[in-house]
Every structure is written in structure tokens, then in C-alpha cells.
Design a binder for this molecule. Structure first.
Ligand code: ARE
Ligand code: CA
Length: 471
């Protein structure tokens, strides 16, 4: 379903791409919980094929549903979910259920063998009976034309053996796998390659999922959160809206729209369905993802950590703007599009940034402080929109929060309506509000809600204040 099942007062999902389970558990306790993040999207937790050179994408080639990957084993997984839930941070699992691995015969990372010549996966088990080979209309067996709905669903994506989710036995195995994850406390799923599965089959599978376990702290009757990866940028017969009734859907247009309006932010006043994007309640939004930050998957230019200034500004906008469930990509540095994760896990520097080749965008002050902003603003309408018709904007969220962004080269220096009660507020972009202390600039709001705001054009050309961070 569409609600991410966050603990109260939380916002935002961080995609800790390729992080190990014990490192995620540590990050939940030391950083994500205290900073009010809502949850973590993890890399696929089930056994995958080991690919020569260990590219990141080996984890999108399942061998079985055994919880063993280079991120850790089942006991590490259980420990991570428990420790993150304990500090109010949900775990969302990336589940690869459209296909199994390629590669002839071999052994997966958990020791299960496979033989793709005869579609044999004893670790599940799956046999040739469980794949779509006889339903695919192309001679090659691969998807050759995204304009053909039957090919997209019943043929091989990237030559990967295509499971038949119309088959009761396959449905049963997928349900056992996903129920195993929620029984451990996982709050929902990112459904990989959802475009390549029939909505009717997914409906049967999702309806068969157990409620989230009350013994893991979820209210009785809580349904797993579902976000389906469907790349729909128009031009294809398969539409995101085919999947709306099953859960949320990735809105790839969000990141593309912002990346193509970096210096037209005055147009963002109606950013949402008016821009051709899906209804707010159906969308999961993000600036970039693990595919398009490295030119895999949906095309188009996106804002990534390579453009730190715009990533900070537009992530802050995304977290401040009431459209969709936002997801923040947390990356590692790479020199080619196949390169797998660094040998060692992230280290944490004195200033809170990461080392060992991990970017940790979610730890950048201008990004991490927007989780609390977004949580405080939750449910509050946009008010007091102001723009100068040329790359300077400001708006409030009810009477709880206010943000002003300056993308002009000239300083923004104006008295603006913040919508907030009079008082002194910590600008959580120029500094942090920690243990009741603000080490950034203070912004004074007068009795009529106005503040005199001065934003020079620099590394952080925006200010953000909210009622939980007074000066
Ligand atoms: C790798 C090799 C392939 C090889 C295959 C099997 O790159 O050459 O044939 O292994 O050996 C990821 C990588 C792939 C990788 C795969 C398996 O990106 O390169 O293949 O793992 O290891 C479509 C799908 C969309 C999918 C993208 C990549 O619709 O769902 O392709 N995205 C998800 C994940 C990926 C992952 C997979 C699916 C597979 O996010 O990380 O692939 O599990 C248009 C269409 C889109 C289409 C897009 C790209 O935009 O509208 O639907 O996305 O083109 O083709
Ligand atoms: Ca399929």
C-alpha cells in the first residue's frame, strides 16, 4: 500500500546502496534515528550470482531467496532490522522477483547452485516450468521492443530468465520470500522491474502478503509499503498508472523535471501533477537513483553528487515540497558504470562526512537537516509562495516551517512572509541545531510573520527554518 509506515515524526527514505547490514544498523543508531529519517532502502538481500569483477549489478541476478549477500547473512539482517526499528528507522527491501540470474552453471554467494541452461535453481527450487519461455513472442526470448506489452512482461529483461508470476507455484515462492522479510520486521518493498510483471499477477502476490508483525511494533493490520519501479517517461504502451492500485510507483519525471529547470525555479509554484507527473499519493520521488546516476536504466540527465551545490538545493526543495515520498540516494564514488562498492565500508570523519570512497550525501548538513524539516512540515500546506520571477523563491509550510532559495548570482535581501509565529529560528542550512544549540545564523520572525532574509549567492544559497529548531 501507499503509506511508508514511518514511525511518528519521521520523513524521507535513504537508499544506502550496497551498504552492509551491520553498517546500516550502526548508521540507524548513530545518525538516521537521531536526525529523524523515516527509513532505509537496502540493496537486494537475497542470494545472487557472483559475477566476474563483482559489478554492483550482480545483486540483480538472484540465485535463491536465501538471505545471504555481500551485505551480510540472515543473522546480520535480523540484527539490522531490529536495531533500526528500535530507533524508529524502517527498512525497505529491494526485491528482485521478475527474474533469476544468467550465466550458465554456477554457484551463488550462499552456496546454492544454478544451471540457466535448463532454468534450474535448486535453492528455491525453480525449474523450467516456472519461467515464461513459452509465453515470450520473440525468437531471441529477449525483450526487443518496449512498444510490445507482451514482450515487456513475458520476455527476458537484459537476457535474464523471466519468471512466470502467473504460475501459482512461483507466486507461492515469492510470497514466502517477501513474508520472510516482513516477519523479520521489514516495513515494505521496492519492487524491481515492476514494469516487466503483469499488474494482475502482482495484485495476487501483494494481496497474499502478511500484515506487518505486531511483535515488531507495527499496529495490527498494517500492510507492507510498496513502491514499484516503473520507468515511465511517456512513449511506451505500459503506463505507471497501471500499477497505482497496487502501491506507490517511482516517478522518474520528478528528477528529470528539476534537472531541466535548474535556473527556472520560479516555475516550481505548481510543481506536481500540473507538470504531467502522477497523482501525489501514488508517487515516490528522487533526484537520481542507482541506475541513472551511472547511465543505467531510464535515460535523461539527473542531478547527482557530482553537482554538490544543486544536489543540496534541490534535495532541500524535494524535502520541503509536499509531493510524493522522497528518497535520497546515498552513493559511493565510481570510475566506471559497472564498478562495485568499495572494499571497506564507510568510515565517519570528525565533521560527520564519510570516507573510504563513500559519498554519504544523506550526511551532508544541508540534506540531513531537511529530514526534520520535512517531518515537522508533514501535512502542512504550502503557503506564502513568493518569487521574483527570476530564480529566487520562498514558501512556508503552514505555520511550521519556511524555506527561501536564491539561484540568482545577486544576493537575495528582502523581508518575506514566513507564516511562522514570531521568534528566533535556527537556519539549519548554515548550521546545525543540536542539543538545543544553534551554530548557524539566527533568523528573526516579527509579530506579523515577516523576516528580513539575506541570502548571498554562495555554496548554500538557501535558508530553512522550522519550529522545532529555535535559536
Ligand atoms: C547485466 C548486464 C547485461 C546482461 C545482464 C545479464 O548489464 O548486459 O545482459 O546483466 O547478465 C541492473 C543493471 C543491468 C544488469 C542487471 C542484471 O542495470 O545492466 O544487466 O542489473 O545484473 C529497464 C527496466 C528497469 C531496469 C532497467 C535497468 O525497465 O526495471 O532496465 N531497472 C532495474 C534495476 C536495475 C537492474 C534491473 C532492473 C534488473 O534498477 O539496477 O539492472 O534487475 C527505457 C525503458 C525502461 C528501461 C530502460 C533501460 O527507459 O523505458 O523500462 O529500464 O530503458 O533499458
Ligand atoms: Ca517478466
Amino acid at each position: 500500500q501507499w503509506d511508508p509506515n514511518f514511525a511518528p515524526g519521521r520523513a524521507g527514505i535513504v537508499h544506502l546502496f550496497e551498504w552492509h547490514w551491520d553498517t546500516i544498523a550502526d548508521e540507524c543508531g548513530t545518525f538516521l534515528g537521531p536526525n529523524k529519517f523515516g527509513g532505509v532502502q537496502i540493496s537486494p538481500p537475497n542470494e545472487n550470482r557472483i559475477v566476474e569483477g563483482r559489478p554492483w549489478w550482480e545483486r540483480y541476478q538472484p540465485v535463491s531467496y536465501m538471505l545471504k549477500t555481500r551485505s551480510g547473512d540472515r543473522s546480520a539482517f535480523k540484527d539490522m532490522v531490529n536495531r533500526c526499528n528500535a530507533v524508529g528507522v524502517r527498512i525497505f527491501a529491494d526485491v528482485v522477483i521478475n527474474h533469476m540470474c544468467r550465466g550458465g552453471t554456477g554457484v551463488g554467494i550462499g552456496g546454492n547452485s544454478f544451471d540457466t541452461n535448463i532454468q534450474d535453481f535448486p535453492g528455491v527450487p525453480y525449474s523450467a516450468l516456472d519461467f515464461n519461455d513459452n509465453k515470450c513472442p520473440t525468437a531471441s526470448g529477449n525483450i526487443e521492443n518496449y512498444g510490445n506489452v507482451n514482450q515487456v512482461r513475458n520476455c527476458k529483461l537484459e537476457r535474464l530468465p523471466d519468471l512466470d508470476q502467473g504460475n501459482d507455484y512461483v507466486r507461492g515462492k515469492i510470497v514466502i520470500f517477501t513474508n520472510d522479510l516482513t516477519s523479520l520486521g521489514v516495513a515494505g518493498f521496492r519492487v524491481d522491474a515492476a514494469k516487466h510483471m503483469w499488474p494482475g499477477d502482482l495484485k495476487v502476490i501483494f494481496n497474499a502478503l502478511d500484515d506487518l508483525p505486531t511483535e515488531k511494533g507495527f499496529p495490527s493490520g498494517t500492510r507492507p509499503f510498496i513502491v514499484q519501479e516503473v520507468i515511465d517517461q511517456g512513449g511506451e504502451p505500459i503506463k505507471a498508472n497501471e500499477y497505482f492500485s497496487l502501491g506507490r510507483v517511482t516517478e522518474f519525471k520528478y528528477g528529470l523535471n528539476l534537472a531541466s529547470n535548474l535556473d527556472n525555479i520560479q516555475y516550481l509554484e505548481n510543481f506536481g501533477e500540473d507538470w504531467g507527473m502522477m497523482p501525489e499519493g501514488n508517487s515516490m520521488v528522487f533526484l537520481n537513483n542507482h541506475d541513472n546516476q551511472r547511465n543505467h536504466g531510464g535515460g535523461g540527465n539527473v542531478i547527482t553528487f557530482e553537482d554538490a551545490k544543486n544536489l543540496k538545493i534541490f534535495t532541500a526543495f524535494m524535502m520541503a515540497w509536499p509531493y510524493g515520498v522522497p528518497r535520497i540516494m546515498s552513493s559511493y564514488h565510481f570510475s566506471n558504470t559497472d564498478e562495485g562498492p568499495p572494499e571497506s565500508q564507510r568510515s565517519v570523519n570528525a565533521d560527520g562526512s564519510c570516507g573510504n570512497g563513500w559519498v554519504c550525501e544523506h550526511r551532508w548538513r544541508q540534506i540531513k537537516n531537511m529530514a526534520a524539516f520535512s517531518a515537522v512540515a508533514s501535512g502542512q500546506p504550502v503557503k506564502n509562495w513568493w518569487d521574483n520571477n527570476d530564480n529566487q523563491i520562498a514558501f512556508s509550510r503552514g505555520d511550521k516551517a519556511f524555506i527561501a532559495i536564491n539561484k540568482k548570482s545577486q544576493t537575495l535581501h528582502r523581508t518575506l512572509q514566513t507564516g511562522m509565529p514570531s521568534g528566533q529560528y535556527c537556519d539549519i542550512i548554515s548550521g546545525n541545531f543540536q542539543n538545543g544549540i544553534c551554530n548557524g545564523q539566527c533568523i528573526t520572525v516579527d509579530d506579523s510573520g515577516y523576516a528580513n532574509v539575506r541570502i548571498p549567492s554562495n555554496e548554500n544559497p538557501f535558508v530553512a527554518i522550522h519550529i522545532d529548531a529555535p535559536c
